[in-house]
Design a protein around this ligand. Sequence first.
Ligand SMILES: [Zn+2]
Ligand SMILES: [Zn+2]
Length: 113
Amino acid sequence: MRLFSWGEYDKKRPVGGKIFCKHCYSSTTASVIWRVKEFSIFAIPISNSEELIGNECDSCKQPLKDEDLSYLPNTAESKWKCENCGRTWPLTHVRCTICKTRPGQRVNPDSST
Ligand SMILES: [Zn+2]
Ligand SMILES: [Zn+2]
């Protein structure tokens, strides 16, 4: 039996509410991740420290910055503008219905040029 040990695990807490992930372009949820380091003696946790790692998209597991979380469609007015045709769509539209362009993406110009 080991006298003492270090344990390390990740702790997650939901951010709360819906976010719009700019990695997977979906309306989803996110979690805040902490790395917990736990020092135990005789399997009894004596002390632990928590280090904030950051936020993560629950759908694609990509890291999200705090400013990405504020990219919430928390109002029905949140819209994105299609860079190709200039139309605006609610964030629940993952792509432009007209020209199939995704938010922040420009359709490749015709190869004729
Ligand atoms: Zn995502
Ligand atoms: Zn468009």
